[in-house]
Design a protein around this ligand. Structure first.
Ligand code: UD1
Ligand code: PEP
Length: 421
């Protein structure tokens, strides 16, 4: 199993290009199931999750082309004879496999998708996806660990989900695009990745309004087609936010290219409170951290508030900040798995339910730590960049799920970090 070895204490300096967003790429690859294609996506990140999704789609019979000399471009074509089955061995490694459910049901009238289990960050049920599809006329049963769904043509419906769900909104949006009549998604997720998916669907002939707000209206059409031009996946705001936190913690100055500051308002506001200087243009962000950051309290919530996917990385900044901070996690019940590992590096953190109290310390001390989930891994890398001596981060397959060559990008900024195979 690969590990990362980090020798901490170096300031970061230079430029880094941000990749396409994992959480936009995954639903957009699934959108290929909605038409015969071909559908071309650009700015596809090099991630294990993308490879897993492509394996799943290939196994269903989708033709996938990804030129070796141009891995950021993927072309997909889903013929009429797709086998609409997502088996456990692929779903268990990537919960986002659930995103095939809506498109399969809408275009082929049936789908069998293994029920994603819980994971390190919480139980993560998919009941809202299922209820929404049932409201659109689907018959859905759970049998032998699989969601088994069938339908004639789905019917438009008014759906108010119990909570805001990102992949739930995306699944229902894709299903509604081919349903008969109007669907209104109330309490819809407003994340930029949902908006990016809606824009892709519109370029395929879907009739969608209100994406980016809490109410999305979809007039179903009979057929979707290949977009006239390749769709460029929106930049990964969580990858960008992770690099901003790395500079805030380690000190230095960096420019992030292909990054959208407007998608990171909540994180940038908190970094400024911490004393970090941030400037931005349409597609770049410059970050400068000259002094030890100040501790900043925050609470995770749905977009546009502070993202849960940035909680662990920002906590690493608070660990080495001046003062004390309170961090509240409101989205997932168990998203503090990084805390015990940060404590192994010398951080002072106490958890009480959904709240962590952090007392900043001047420096951390390197040790061997274990990554437990994707963003936890990133927070340990940030802590390792600051810690005195050597930090080894084990189980980085979690990191590889969602970061595109993170250690190479950090090395380009001057970090002393290497992958040990
Ligand atoms: C591939 C992808 O885009 N993943 C993101 C997506 O995950 P994902 O879409 O799985 O997360 P959701 O937005 O659905 O989850 C929000 C909350 O709703 C609950 N819930 C959700 C659906 C449901 O049917 N029933 C239910 O109870 C979840 O357990 C959680 O407590 O949004 C999360 C919240 O921003 C991010 O952390 C993930 O990175
Ligand atoms: C939790 C995350 O992803 P996923 O929903 O794919 O597990 C994440 O990106 O931080």
């Amino acid at each position: 199993m690969d590990k990362l070895l980090i020798r901490g204490g170096r300031r970061l300096q230079g430029e880094v290009a941000i990749s396409g967003a994992k959480n936009a790429a995954l639903p957009e690859l699934c959108a290929a199931l909605l038409c015969a294609g071909p559908l071309t996506l650009d700015n596809v990140p090099r991630l294990q999750d993308v490879a897993t999704m492509l394996s799943l789609l290939r196994r269903m019979g989708v033709a996938v082309e990804r030129p070796e000399d141009q891995p950021a471009r993927v072309t997909l074509a889903a013929p009429d004879g797709v086998d609409p089955v997502a088996p456990y061995e692929l779903v268990k490694t990537m919960r986002a496999s659930i995103l095939v459910l809506g498109p399969l049901l809408a275009r082929f009238g049936r789908a069998t998708v293994s029920l994603p289990g819980g994971c390190a960050i919480g139980s993560r049920p998919v009941d809202q996806h299922i209820k929404g599809l049932q409201a659109m006329g689907a018959t859905v049963k759970v049998e032998h660990g699989n969601i088994v769904a069938s339908a004639g043509r789905l019917r438009g419906a008014r759906i108010t989900t119990d909570m805001i769900t990102v992949t739930g909104t995306e699944n229902l949006l894709m299903a509604a695009a081919l349903a008969e009549g109007e669907t209104v998604l109330e309490n819809a997720a407003q994340e930029p990745e949902v908006t990016d998916l809606a824009e892709l669907l519109i370029s395929m002939g879907a009739k969608i309004e209100g994406h980016g707000s809490g109410r999305i209206r979809i007039q179903g059409v009979e057929r979707l087609h290949a977009p006239a031009a390749p769709h460029r996946i929106v930049p990964d705001r969580i990858e960008a936010g992770t690099f901003l936190c790395a500079v805030a913690a380690a000190g230095g100055e960096a420019v992030l290219r292909d990054a959208r500051a407007e998608h990171l308002d909540a994180v940038i506001t908190k970094l400024r409170e911490a004393g970090v200087a941030i400037e931005s243009g349409e597609d770049w962000i410059r970050v400068r951290a000259d002094a030890r950051p100040k501790a900043v309290s925050f609470r995770t919530s749905e977009y546009p508030a502070f993202p849960t996917d940035m909680q662990a990385q920002f906590m690493a900044v608070d660990c080495v900040a001046e003062g004390a901070a309170k961090v509240s996690e409101t989205i997932f019940e168990n998203r503090f798995m990084h805390v015990n590992e940060l404590v192994r590096l010398g951080a002072r953190i106490q958890v009480d339910g959904h709240t962590a109290m952090i007392q900043g310390v001047p420096t951390l001390s390197g040790a061997t730590v274990m990554a437990t989930d994707l963003r936890a891994s990133a927070s340990l890398v940030i802590a390792g960049l600051v810690a005195e001596g050597e930090t080894t981060v084990e189980r980085i397959y979690h990191l590889d799920r969602g970061y595109d060559r993170m250690e190479a990008k950090l090395r380009a900024l001057g970090a002393d970090i290497e992958r040990i195979r």
